[in-house]
Design a protein around this ligand. Structure first.
Ligand SMILES: [Zn+2]
Length: 297
């Protein structure tokens, strides 16, 4: 847990699960990921929906089957005649037990990445853990008050919301919603203003139970259709290639805003941003894509 993360190349990462790029050591550090876990079907449970107490309410999807938390993956594929959109998303990962590592000098933030997005005027959605916001409150506030960006929830602890998720410690079902709300509270405390009711499961791992547990919170779960492979990557060109090969109109790309575990992401962006613009893509935040997907509200 204290040891440095293993290095994996993007090719191997892709081979691992076609999605998630994790070593056993990295598991608790950064569940980059793309689990293909699917919610169960056919539940008769009816879970009452209430609204999250404080966050503003941008567009969300209607509840899924049996009132479960809805899951968004990508926007509708637009016809060639319209401007295609792509949402770059950045997981700001820090787990609840990484405080000692941060105290020892490990950096879970990535200010250069944020600067590049600002310089290039690229809208983006940050999926932040509550623990990250506590460690870097000034950065959380700065990101969360920049109209370019929106801050979504990646749990407080970055522990798993399913029984098995790349070796991450597990959040009991009875604590899942509280873990999510604790992150929203951490954002508010840091001064984040552009908070959105979207939740990304650590490791991308979810099931019917976790979708049910979060349903009263009124969030939309956000997955992705393009895995950047930036977790523990050392070759920025390989990351850029993987993104550029994967993006289609309406895509959601998962990347990381965590220097220690995704050190090449900012460099990869310097290739990805101009190339996607050259192809005619418009960068948008996830909220715009959810609206396009037929959101309510
Ligand atoms: Zn994560």
């Amino acid at each position: 847990m204290i040891a440095p993360a293993h290095k994996l190349n993007a090719r191997r990462l892709a081979a691992l699960t076609a999605t998630c790029a994790l070593t056993s050591l990295a598991l608790t550090a950064l569940a980059a990921c793309g689990s293909q876990s699917a919610p169960g079907a056919g539940s008769r449970d009816r879970t009452a929906r209430t609204t999250v107490s404080a966050p503003p309410r941008p567009a969300t999807l209607a509840p899924g089957p049996a009132g479960l938390t809805p899951v968004f993956k990508n926007a509708p594929r637009t016809p060639a005649s319209t401007t295609p959109t792509v949402a770059l998303t950045f997981d700001a990962d820090m787990t609840a037990d990484q405080g000692p590592r941060a105290a020892a000098g490990e950096r879970f933030d990535n200010p250069a990445l944020v600067r590049t997005l600002r310089r290039e005027k690229v809208p983006a959605t940050f999926f932040m853990t509550g623990r990250w916001a506590e460690e870097y409150p000034a950065q959380a506030r700065s990101i969360g008050r920049d109209p370019l960006f929106e801050v979504a929830n990646h749990s407080y602890s970055h522990y798993a919301f399913t029984d098995r998720c790349y070796g991450l410690p597990t959040v009991p079902a009875s604590r899942m919603r509280a873990d999510m709300e604790r992150a929203f509270a951490a954002f508010r405390k840091a001064g984040v203003e552009h908070q959105v009711p979207y939740f990304r499961f650590p490791g991308g791992c979810y099931d019917k139970r976790s979708l049910r547990a979060l349903a009263p919170g009124g969030v939309t779960a956000v997955q992705w259709d393009v895995v950047s492979g930036d977790a523990f990557a050392t070759d920025a060109d390989a990351v850029a290639r993987q993104v550029l090969d994967g993006v289609r109109p309406g895509s959601v790309v998962v990347m990381h805003c965590t220097r220690s575990a995704a050190p090449t992401t900012e460099r990869a962006l310097r290739t990805i941003i101009p190339e996607l613009r050259e192809r005619g893509f418009r960068f948008v935040r996830v909220s715009e894509q959810i609206r396009a997907a037929g959101a309510r509200g």
